[in-house]
Design a protein around this ligand. Structure first.
Ligand SMILES: [Mg+2]
Length: 191
């Protein structure tokens, strides 16, 4: 495979970088988000009912509340957030041992960053770099070969030589993408 403009990469033996998203790819945060929403609204909502990316089109909630609950969950309930599969840290180590460089890229609000870092350590996630993105620079502009993400908007514009694996979640079922997985270990088998 040719890496366009990859002079530096060729010198180091063309190591490929896998970019892995945090929210809803490593951390099943929307399980806890739905619980937080349920407690505050006095209704019972589960993750599988969040069938669209734009939550205010599914639930009676404002965009600002969506983000406030999200930040609250990461700051105050981060220990409750389960990984998307058991022993997910071992999966990241297997990807590393296959010879990939692992770049964890997560767009988020600044106050949640420290808690995300603690969560990644708690679950022994292997990473060669950890990128907290605070602005609107699209993920596609970061250096990676393969992206694993649940957000259609992060994946839709990806073209060769980059590629993307869509991580199945209730809010991306209608998105037309050929490579989809239900778990990181399933993605690992494709690498
Ligand atoms: Mg995500």
């Amino acid at each position: 495979m040719t890496i366009a403009g990859g002079t530096a990469l060729r010198v180091t033996g063309a190591v490929k970088t896998v970019a892995i998203d945090v929210d809803s790819v490593l951390a099943d945060v929307m399980l806890v988000w739905a619980d937080e929403y349920s407690k505050r609204s006095g209704t019972r909502v589960t993750k599988k009912e969040i069938i669209r990316w734009d939550i205010p089109t599914v639930l009676p909630i404002t965009p600002d509340q969506v983000y406030r609950y999200f930040s609250h969950v990461w700051k105050h309930r981060w220990r409750e957030i389960p990984p998307t599969e058991p022993d997910i840290g071992d999966v990241t180590k297997r990807i590393h041992r296959k010879g990939y460089r692992i770049s964890i890229i997560t767009k988020r609000e600044r106050p949640t960053a420290a808690y995300v870092a603690m969560w990644l350590d708690l679950h022994r996630i292997y990473a060669d770099e950890l990128l907290f993105v605070y602005d609107a620079l699209p993920k596609i502009d970061y250096p990676f070969d393969v992206l694993i993400d649940d957000a259609p908007k992060n994946i839709v514009d990806i073209i060769a030589p980059k590629s993307a694996i869509l991580f199945n979640q209730p809010w991306n079922r209608d998105f037309d993408w050929p490579v989809r997985v239900d778990s990181l270990s399933e993605a690992e088998k494709l690498l």
